[in-house]
Design a binder for this molecule. Structure first.
Ligand code: GTP
Ligand code: MG
Length: 238
């Protein structure tokens, strides 16, 4: 496909699973239980997008929308050092925005339309996409409203990725058997956030120690399969 650019995750095998890396003009969702590495992958990507193209980057900046307050500049510094990049420059090229509620989260994305037209941003991260929506609209009785707002938010993000040729990466925490606790289809095991939403869905699972397993879920243009990667001090590796 023409005009699609790719960002390395730092792991060759995870990149291979994704067909070469995280793609622009598309949305990639990482979902899995707590501690499976969703936030660590986001940190790594925010640095890697800044690499030159021959190193797997796009020589560009990142926007990091942080809904849970789990973004850490120290992690960015470590990952930058591991790549022999100047940590101060790398930090300057990440726009960290803390979203305090779902309304704020949606407003931030609206404002990105303006901002991205004037800046060399090639990656927008929303970590986590769903936490505010779940907290503010809990249970089945709020399902319709939650889905309606999430739909709108997702479509704004997808449109952004298409207009500006950027990669959108979102995370979504799912529990092992959420149906047992909530009876809620939106938090079902690997359940779709939005039916028929485009994009690549990657399920993460815990393995031994810092090893994690990634699996692509229903992506017609990617082969089925799974791979192992490792979370290290210096980001995501094989
Ligand atoms: P939730 O947001 O709670 O759903 O989890 P998550 O999927 O975002 O998990 P996260 O990315 O925060 O992963 C946490 C895991 O990353 C920890 O269990 C650690 O094993 C690992 N980790 C975090 N920082 C480091 C680090 O500096 N070095 C190494 N080796 N591992 C780290
Ligand atoms: Mg996280």
């Amino acid at each position: 496909r023409l005009n699609i650019h790719k960002i390395t995750t730092g792991s060759k095998s995870l990149d291979d699973l994704l067909g070469g890396g995280i793609e622009t003009r598309d949305m990639t969702e990482f979902f899995g239980e707590y501690g499976t590495g969703k936030t660590q992958i986001c940190h790594a990507l925010a640095v890697n997008v800044q690499l030159p193209e021959d190193k797997g980057g796009l020589n560009a900046k990142a926007v990091y929308i942080d809904t849970e307050g789990t973004f850490r500049w120290e992690r960015i510094e470590q990952i930058a050092r591991g790549l022999n990049l100047d940590p101060d420059k790398v930090m300057e090229n990440i726009y960290w925005i803390r979203a305090v509620n779902s309304h704020h989260q949606m407003a931030i994305v609206d404002q990105l339309y303006d901002m991205l037209s004037k800046d060399n941003v090639k990656l927008v991260i929303v970590d986590s996409l769903t936490s505010h929506f779940r907290a503010e609209f809990p249970g089945r009785e709020n399902l319709a409203m939650r889905q309606q707002l999430l739909n709108k938010h997702l479509h704004q993000l997808i449109r952004l990725s298409e207009i500006y040729d950027i990669a959108v990466v979102v995370t979504n925490q799912v529990m092992a058997r959420p149906d047992v606790f909530y009876g809620d289809p939106t938090s079902a095991v690997g359940g779709n956030i939005v039916a028929h939403a485009p994009g690549v869905r990657v399920q993460l699972k815990r393995s031994r120690g810092n090893k994690r397993i990634a699996r692509i879920v229903d992506a017609p243009h990617l082969p089925e399969g799974e791979t192992v990667f490792v979370i290290t001090e210096y980001g995501i590796k094989d």
